[in-house]
Write a protein that binds this ligand. Structure first.
Ligand code: TXA
Ligand code: MG
Length: 342
């Protein structure tokens, strides 16, 4: 299959690109599109055969449910039921936006493979002009996980999607770099107290201001029958192993020396206070304390390591405040929890 990258930059291209995307989706094909978090790989959520193409293209395990994307709140009633008031409050406050709500599903409303047989469904309205335009033209819910090969960092640019899925999907809508750079917060409303299953750009602090107490899931990888099956798989992993390290230039310098003594090469992914260390490769996560910038830059940095011959990737940790919680969640997965021992 030939994979086309379609621009939405000028008026004539734009019209053609959306028409093509809507036609492909309506015909049961997959289309990759930008959202404000990362690029998604979409298919009509009511078609089992269309959704199965997502799993195939990504190499995604069948028991990992997909997030359903909508362009208008009115679409919700067709596939959810007993939506709690607090969930409504969250929609009003955070949609369109980077918040996925896990809600009770209406029987036989969506293709079974969207939810991996769960009786709940994750749903969000993305805050991106291209995603919204596409969804509003299509007028149907779209199942869309991140548009990467399973296990790899999520794509924040169209070229990342192309790299991972070239030949496996017909179309990528190119909307430039995504804004937030990390996936949405997943908030489960089927527990007594709403529970964050995956931290993201909408933080616990922001949620608690609006709906009161919110729990954080303590689930880690490899838990049996996890609530969010996606939690148990390797994620965001470049080819070389990732090691976390204390955010001290002295410690980082020491680690680099040790790695060089072993005749190995190191890529350092860090904010600019680490710029002058002598790592073989350095990928900037922006200025110190600018967590939004670090989130925006992280996945591309992890991906670019695969273009180097680094044996080890070193990442100084971030404080778990605000979006730092989401950054550290992804880094802990990318590193499989490994710390560099000095
Ligand atoms: O920002 C995002 O959320 C992006 C863009 C494309 O919208 N999508 C995304 O999808 O990150 P994906 O498939 O890569 O991650 C979906 C996560 C997984 O951890 C999955 O287990 C969880 O959401 N999830 C989906 N449906 C669920 C459900 N019914 N119950 C619990 N967890 C669910
Ligand atoms: Mg993903």
């Amino acid at each position: 299959m030939k994979t086309e990258i379609a621009s939405v930059d000028n008026l004539s291209e734009k019209e053609f690109s959306y028409t093509q995307a809507v036609e492909l989706l309506s015909a049961g094909e997959t289309v990759a599109f930008p959202t404000e978090t990362v690029y998604g790989l979409g298919a009509i959520a009511t078609s089992e055969s269309a959704v199965s193409k997502i799993f195939e293209a990504k190499g995604r395990p069948q028991d990992n449910p997909l997030i359903v994307h909508i362009g208008a709140k009115e679409e919700l009633a067709a596939f959810t039921q007993n939506v709690p008031n607090l969930a409504e409050t969250c929609m009003d406050k955070f949609w369109p936006g980077a918040l996925t709500l896990v809600l009770p599903i209406k029987n036989d409303s969506l293709a079974k493979n969207v939810t991996a047989g769960l009786n709940t469904v994750g749903v969000r309205m993305p805050d991106h002009p291209v995603a919204l335009e596409l969804l509003r033209r299509l007028k149907q819910p779209v199942a869309a996980p991140s548009a990467n090969r399973s296990g790899k960092p999520s794509p924040t640019k169209a070229k990342h999607v192309y790299h991972d899925l070239n030949g496996k999907i017909p179309l990528i809508l190119d909307g430039g770099a995504t804004g937030i750079g990390l996936e949405s917060t997943v908030l489960d409303f089927t527990t007594e107290v709403p529970t964050i299953l995956r931290p993201g750009g909408v933080t616990k602090e922001m949620l608690e201001k609006v709906i009161g107490q919110v729990n954080e899931s303590k689930l880690t990888d490899n838990v049996e029958a996890p609530r969010a099956p996606g939690m148990k798989y390797a994620h965001y992993a470049p080819d070389a192993p990732v090691y976390l390290i204390e955010a001290s230039t002295e410690k980082v310098q020491q680690a680099i020396k040790q790695i060089h003594n072993d005749e190995k090469k190191v890529a350092l992914i860090a904010t600019e206070q680490f710029l002058l260390t002598n790592a073989n490769y350095y990928f900037s996560l922006g200025q110190e304390h600018q967590l939004e910038d670090a989130a925006h830059l992280l996945y591309e940095a992890l991906r670019t390591c695969d273009e180097t011959d680094a044996d080890i990737i070193l990442v100084p940790i971030f404080s778990k405040q605000g979006v730092g919680t989401a950054i550290m969640n992804r880094l802990e997965k990318a590193s499989n929890g490994n710390w560099f021992e000095i």
